[in-house]
Ligand binder design. Structure first.
Ligand code: SF4
Ligand code: SF4
Length: 174
């Protein structure tokens, strides 16, 4: 299960899908008192196991990417599990299959880099904490990690300032 977040509700109607980043060392699983979140040998962090989850919401608060959601109707945490029923048998996750703009891509980082401009990165800095993930984001060429400022509010102009140089660099490469 994935959900949509508003990017900056005051400035734009733009939304963004929130997929699990599948952390190497998942905080959600570390704080779960019921051992309800399992990681597969291939690095996919599963959603909570129904027989175990007690709906405490520890994982909701622990995840640095805001991924897990508490579903009141089933008293259980639910999140993206990379459509494990599909990806474990060689199919793409449903989000990447139906996305009309190709914003979501399923493949290796090398395949992603060949498709897009920029560099795929999977290292994130939250203060002094470094988190590595199975999922990659595209960043400008030469980037190695993304420092996340948890206190800063992003405005529409900030987004445009970040995006326009990337668009210019992309056009210059063509
Ligand atoms: S992104 Fe959040 S929910 Fe996903 S594995 Fe990391 S800590 Fe867990
Ligand atoms: S809500 Fe469920 S999965 Fe999340 S920490 Fe609590 S018991 Fe574990």
């Amino acid at each position: 299960m994935i959900h949509l977040e508003q990017v900056q509700r005051a400035d734009t109607v733009q939304t963004t899908p929130v997929v699990c980043m599948h952390c190497d060392d998942p905080a959600c699983a570390l704080v779960c008192p019921a051992d309800a979140i399992k990681k597969t040998p291939d690095g996919v962090v599963q959603t909570s196991l129904k027989p175990r989850c007690i709906g405490c919401t520890n994982c909701v608060f622990a995840c640095p990417f805001g991924v897990p959601k508490y579903a009141v109707e089933v008293d259980q945490m639910m999140k993206c599990d990379m459509c494990y029923d599909r990806t474990s048998v060689g199919l793409k996750p449903m989000c990447a299959t139906v996305c009309p703009s190709g914003a979501l891509f399923f493949g290796t980082p090398e395949e992603l880099a060949a498709e897009r401009s920029g560099t795929p990165i999977n290292e994130f800095q939250f203060g002094s904490r470094t988190i590595r993930t199975k999922v990659n984001l595209m960043m400008p060429h030469g980037s190695h990690s993304l420092r996340v400022s948890t206190g800063a509010q992003i405005r529409k102009n900030d987004l445009l300032t970040m995006v326009r140089p990337m668009e210019r660099a992309s056009q210059e490469q063509k």
